[in-house]
Ligand binder design. Structure first.
Ligand code: NAD
Length: 263
């Protein structure tokens, strides 16, 4: 982490999908602190996040592409190139969750999770890799999950999508192996974001316990450290993956999971 200091990404442009919340916002902030111009994406009030990025001394814009729509994903990459001249760093982060057993899993939730968590990663890479190749340098960072490596009950679509992201990352890394473009995946364990807060609330309701007790239970079941990973830590890892030290890291999945997968 020490090889990358503030400003190492000056003049570069990063597109971070799903960056109006949680992990994506943490990554966008870390990349902006390292000097990258930022194209934000995601739902909600984008203006305040644009202002936040600009306060870090970089240029920023927002594109509201819905990641479940391939044409909008492509339009987002074209917009970034038009606004900033390039896409040097692509972070495929947008994601949703739904927890239910397979028998009761609504088919439309399956389709939405596969579209947003997996297919959007393909469509964004397909659109962005040519400009990276042309410029001889690029970094693709796909936010998978521990659920790209192991399973949990009730998460069929999410686990399938995230395993898909890990596999897709390897293919893209092989296809770019002789270039200055690297493609890697980050596999976080529990991070306290709105996506996980919903699961904490559901657990609290199901077991009739307080939200605090639900947090202890949630972490205790899977994450040996009993601590949440933070968006900042994931952001710092993303910045490291953009450094020269990481230029031969290709097709790898980086666990940042409080020990989850070590068990
Ligand atoms: P979050 O709910 O805080 O943020 C999700 C972001 O994605 C938001 O900006 C939202 O607007 C955006 N988004 C959702 N649907 C979209 C769509 N159709 N089009 C465009 N943007 C859309 O979630 P998070 O926890 O920060 O998750 C971010 C990524 O990290 C996801 O891919 C998730 O699977 C992954 N992840 C999260 C955890 C965790 O514990 N929170 C762990 C491992 C992996």
């Amino acid at each position: 982490m020490t090889s990358t200091t503030s400003g190492t990404l000056a003049g570069k442009t990063a597109v971070v999908t799903g960056s109006t919340s949680g992990i994506g916002l943490g990554i966008a902030t870390a990349l902006a602190k390292a000097g990258a111009n930022i194209l934000l994406n995601g739902f909600g009030d984008a203006q305040r996040y644009i202002a936040h990025m600009e306060s870090l001394g970089v240029r920023a814009a927002h594109h509201g592409a819905d990641m479940s729509k391939p044409a909008e994903v492509e339009a987002m990459i074209a917009f970034a190139i038009e606004q900033f001249g390039a896409v040097d760093v692509l972070v495929n982060n947008a994601g949703i969750q739904y927890v239910e057993t397979i028998e009761k899993f609504p088919a439309e939730r399956w389709d939405a999770i596969i579209a947003i968590n997996l297919s959007a990663t393909f469509h964004a890479m397909r659109a962005a890799l040519p400009t990276m190749r042309q410029r001889g340098w690029g970094r693709v960072i796909n936010i998978a999950s521990v659920h790209g490596l192991v399973a949990s009950v009730g998460k069929s679509a999410y686990v399938a999508a995230k395993h898909g992201v890990v596999g897709l990352t390897k293919v893209a890394a092989l296809e770019t192996a002789r270039s200055g473009v690297t493609v890697n995946a980050i596999c976080p364990g529990w991070v306290l974001t709105p996506l996980v807060q919903e699961q904490i609330d559901a657990l609290a309701t199901r077991d009739s316990v307080s939200p605090e007790a639900a947090v202890v239970k949630l972490l205790g079941e899977k994450q040996p450290s009993a601590q949440f990973v933070t968006p900042q830590q994931i952001g710092d890892l993303a910045v490291f993956l953009c450094s020269d030290a990481a230029s031969e890291m290709r097709g790898a999945e980086f666990k940042i999971d409080g020990g989850w997968i070590a068990q």
